[in-house]
Design a protein around this ligand. Structure first.
Ligand code: PRX
Length: 665
């Protein structure tokens, strides 16, 4: 296993290769200016850029005071005296749940729908702001009665159901720190996250529905907690699909018996602006996922501001739908927090886009008259494959802003999205950001920016993004390099849970005073930014982050595997797909399909089904440099069907020929 440091030769080669491949895109002539109508009614205008440039912390302080209700006002916008550890809105006290809920009710908006929930089997429920506030108060009381106090960690392992949002906000209300683990992760992955955060409580469900069939969740929690020695004292279980579950008396509690039965009276107190709000684990370049830590005031301010400005949110009339699962950062920032902070009405959908038919999403858009849709390029490319006649059957005329997130959107998908889904009128906002950035960083403003298909355009107001060369010098327009963030921003991660050294090392060591995002990017002739994908060992599969090293570790933990190397190879639909090259142990039998299936399932069990390699190739050798590093670049070439070209730095230059021969077999 190897770890290319950003900026190594392999990385530089990969960047230049991606750059070459995308070179033609940088001469994009198609441009789409906002219509006069849209611009006239836009929530923010072009003046915000100059205002933010004039005094960045003051700009954010103004947003913090306008968008949030503080229990105690802050005395300083930004404390950057101890970089890279930032403090925003110093001395302020604020409660996330109060801001998302109670204050809207106090302001007379109690009857506005907060969440329209659409279950996969076709059941639906709506929660008004008043109802959601009551549910969150009950959950806060229930969690407190189970011994959860301010600062304690709560693991959340739930499907896309309103109880997920209720749980997150209840934690935030009492100052407990939620750690949501994506429901598609395995029991092993869940346990490692529970242990790292030392979670006291787990909130889960009996199961959910996937493509019309019940799918279990609680069994994974039971498996994770089977052995003693963990930190979990209680498990709260939402009844969702009614399937049978094992029950651990004393530890397990039905949601109905605890939360539903709890008192609906609960007063929210202010928490320090820098009080931890949540931990969200994400893959890095090593085998161990990082617990990205976000705190309260800055996170809420930037998510709420960007949600309003980038989606041109008119909360009194818009119906917003973000299709991201709660297990990913988009489901945190732009489902659980920003829309509610902004008093918006949103749709939440439990299932897959093809259940029970491939028009399900468009049926939902028509049913709720969704006006702002936020989704990932993978989904758009899948719909393209299914054909336009499916969305064409539905009335999508309510859509007026279309968002994209998670991976670069290719111009063809961008144009299809605009034409077929947006009726050639809804502006597209391609939003670049990360789990670490907490909120959108690069995106057009729909009433201001003239957009180009495939470009995320420009840094948002108050955000200092740049593209730099190997030495950290800003590249001129027309050139590519590494994406960095030059100045602290409100929603920035405050660290890696329990590991401040790793925080510095991972993000702040490549370019001393700048945050290195791990992405390659180019500035076109107009200075607009084009994202070129990761330049480290992180893959992006369907907009989800996976680490090559993590999957390699899973593969070598299988008794038949001696060595493994994993690459993300370009894939038409999912952006990248996991391709694994494995060397079997001397005593293992290459049983062809059987071993391949076995290894795929093994990775599924260790990490989760999303990490299963699409292709597993059994090879006799792996290409290594003389210092023993695996040359993933060459494997990527093989996986993407390219000539591997120059392999002179290999310790054994016959290896590539051996691999080619074994693949022809
Ligand atoms: O490579 C970038 C890609 O997704 C990575 C962040 O992944 P994650 O933390 O899981 O967050 C995804 C949702 C915010 C980035 O380093 N990425 C995200 N958005 C875009 C993108 N790449 C290109 N264009 C985007 N709009």
């Amino acid at each position: 296993m190897s770890q290319d440091t950003p900026g190594s030769t392999a990385t530089a080669a990969a960047t230049s290769q991606q750059g070459d491949a995308l070179e033609n895109l940088l001469h994009e002539d198609r441009k789409f200016a906002p219509s006069a109508d849209f611009a006239a009614n836009a929530v923010v205008g072009a003046e915000v850029y100059a205002e933010a440039d004039a005094d960045r912390p003051a700009f954010w302080a103004k947003q913090a005071r306008e968008l949030l209700t503080w229990n105690k006002d802050f005395t300083q916008a930004l404390d950057w005296s101890n970089p890279p550890f930032a403090k925003w809105f110093v001395g302020g006290q604020v409660n996330a749940a109060y801001n998302a809920l109670d204050r809207h009710v106090e302001n007379g908006l109690g009857d506005r729908v907060a969440i329209y929930f659409e279950g996969e089997p076709g059941d639906s429920r709506a929660y008004t702001y008043a109802e959601l506030t009551e549910e969150v108060k009950k959950a806060a009381n229930a969690f407190e009665s189970l011994g959860v106090a301010k600062g304690d960690r709560v693991a959340v392992y739930l499907p896309m159901i309103p109880e997920a949002v209720i749980t997150m906000l209840a934690c935030a209300r009492i100052g407990a720190v939620h750690s949501v683990v994506f429901g598609g992760f395995s029991s092993d992955a869940l346990l490692s996250r529970i242990e790292d955060a030392q979670a006291k409580l787990v909130v889960t469900a009996d199961g959910t529905y996937r493509r019309g069939k019940p799918s279990a969740l609680k069994s994974a929690v039971d498996q994770a907690l089977a052995a003693d020695g963990h930190s979990v004292q209680n498990v709260v279980v939402v009844k969702r699909n009614g399937q049978d579950v094992d029950w651990h008396e004393g530890r397990d509690h039905w949601w109905a018996d605890t939360v539903e039965a709890a008192s609906p009276e609960h007063t929210a107190v202010g928490h320090d602006s820098e009080h931890p709000l949540f931990i969200l684990y994400t893959s890095g370049t090593t085998g161990k996922p990082k617990g990205i830590l976000h705190t309260t005031g800055g996170f809420l301010t930037q998510t709420a501001y960007t949600h309003k400005a980038v989606f041109d949110l008119h909360p009194e009339t818009d119906v917003y739908w973000c299709t991201a699962d709660i297990g990913w950062v988009t489901g945190h920032s732009y489902v659980a927090y920003a829309p509610l902070i902004n008093g918006a009405t949103q749709v939440m959908y439990e299932g897959t886009p093809d259940s029970p038919h491939q028009g399900r999403w468009w049926e939902i858009v028509e049913k709720y008259k969704v006006s702002i849709l936020y989704t990932a390029p993978t989904a758009i490319r899948t719909f393209m494959k299914w054909g336009r006649d499916i969305p064409d059957k539905y009335d999508l005329s309510s859509l007026r802003v279309l968002g994209s997130v998670g991976e670069p959107i290719n111009p063809e998908a961008w144009m299809w999205y605009r034409d077929v889904i947006g009726g050639n009128k809804a502006p597209i906002v391609d939003t670049w950001w990360q789990t670490e950035t907490g909120a959108q960083m690069i995106a057009p403003l729909p009433g201001v920016t003239e957009t180009k298909p495939g470009s995320a355009q420009v840094a948002l107001p108050g955000i200092a993004v740049d593209v730099v060369d190997e030495n950290g010098a800003s590249v001129p327009n027309g050139h590519g390099g590494f994406l960095v963030i030059r100045e602290p921003w409100p929603a920035m991660l405050r660290g890696i849970w329990g590991d401040p050294e790793r925080f510095k090392e991972t993000y702040w060591s490549r370019f001393e005073t700048m945050y290195f995002a791990g992405d390659g990017a180019k500035k076109d002739e107009d200075g607009d930014i084009w994202l070129l994908g990761r330049v480290d060992d992180v893959m992006n599969i369907s907009g989800h982050r996976l680490s090559t090293t993590e999957i390699e570790s899973a593969l070598v933990s299988h008794p038949a595997v001696a060595e493994a190397a994993v690459v993300g190879a370009a894939d038409e639909t999912t952006g990248q797909a996991v391709v694994a090259f494995v060397i079997l142990r001397g005593d293992a039998v290459d049983s062809g399909d059987e071993i391949v299936q076995d290894l795929r399932n093994h990775v599924g069990k260790e990490i989760g089904p999303i990490a299963k390699p699409k292709i597993v190739l059994v090879v006799p050798e792996l290409p290594k440099t003389r210092s023993g590093k695996i040359m993933r670049r060459l494997l990527k070439d093989v996986a993407e069907g390219r000539d591997t070209g120059d392999a002179t730095t290999l310790a054994d230059n016959t290896v590539m020929a051996q691999i080619a021969a074994s693949l022809k077999k």
